[in-house]
Ligand binder design. Sequence first.
Ligand code: ARG
Length: 457
Amino acid sequence: MWGGRFGGGPAAVMREINASIAIDKRLWREDIAASRAHAAMLGKRGILSADDAAAIDNGLLQIAAEIGAGELVEDPALEDIHMHIEHRLSELIGDAAGRLHTARSRNDQVATDFKLFVRRSIDDAIRGIDALESALLARAEQHAADVMPGFTHLQSGQPVTLGHHLLAYREMLTRDRSRFVDARARMNQSPLGSAALAGTGFPIDRDETAAALGFDRPTANSLDAVSDRDFVVDYLHAAALCSVHLSRLAEEIVLWASQPFGFVRLPDAWSTGSSIMPNKRNPDAAELVRGHSARIVGDLVALLVLLKGLPLAYAKDLQDDKPPLFDAHDLLELSLAAMAGMICDLEFSPERMRAAAAAGHATATDLADWLVSEANVPFREAHHIAGRAVASAEAAGIALDQLSLGELQAVDPRIDQRALPRLSVEASVAARQSAGGTAPERVREAITAARAEIAAR
Ligand code: ARG
């Protein structure tokens, strides 16, 4: 493809380090689509004859059918997917194949192909997020009023509802989704026609190829267009943060499924056993979602570091942009799907959760709040009184809501019988009516609002 000025061939190791076909063959669909758009435009502009343009298009369609049927013959001497397809085209249609590369370079070609692939990856991510979101909403609705401990420092803090807890992850996912949507809008400019780095002297129509490939417009600067991989970084950043959210949820599933918690039981479909301990039911899928996020974060870092020292414009380092993207794409797809499956199928144990919520004196804040609103005690003093009530419950070896009125009045005589019903975990969550709070009505409203938001997308 480029041997004109060369006498000898490449060394074997040169060939090996240079070849990317084993990896970039995944771009074949995008490469064919971009070449078809390019050839059609060259034909319309009279840069190619109508016959050549038609022969190229038919040849490309045949190659697509061949590769789709698993018939790509890999040859490291042909370096990458672009050369493989062009070489096969020359076998199929002869000399006309050599005219396809008019007014084009592999530099704008690969940038275009890769953008198309990343754009599709974004659509995949959004679809995966949407499926997980609907699983979270369904489970949140089912458990809108079921009480569990809310933690800070992983210490029981105040009771919350399981629905509220699940909706917290839905919030993270909507931010993830919007990051992918933003990235898609930002990247959607066509590099095709930037040629090697400087543009081309041929009278091409970049608007036409951009439109044919679903881009909003052509890129504005040819040097930037062939060396820009910000769109990959944007994808990887959104993917990394999304995977971090999935990892946090995975960590909770691992914790909740452990025997001391017992908040959930993972059904067989999402568990593995142990080869030695017959009792085991391990949360491997959750652990792997947690593990995969480390790799996706690594993929983001790999790409940032790959780019940081590159002078304009294209450099072969950029060929190494694909493994991190493909890796992150595949891992995120799997992680989202596994998480959606687990969320659908988890068997929650509301009794265990309620018992754990009640065990931690978690309504101490409610006692303090009662003293503020019903006995006009300043909050700092009320906090102190409630703390003494907790100490007295702890000394008696019982929960705060099991103290008798007499015992509470021994702590502070301003406490009266109206305070007692406020100390149940149900009363506690029911009282948290502030916007965005955990009261079951607020949770149900949040679900309704989420569904409306989804319908308006
Ligand atoms: N396989 C190359 C890559 O992925 C295609 C671009 C080659 N360009 C070049 N100037 N050698 O980056």
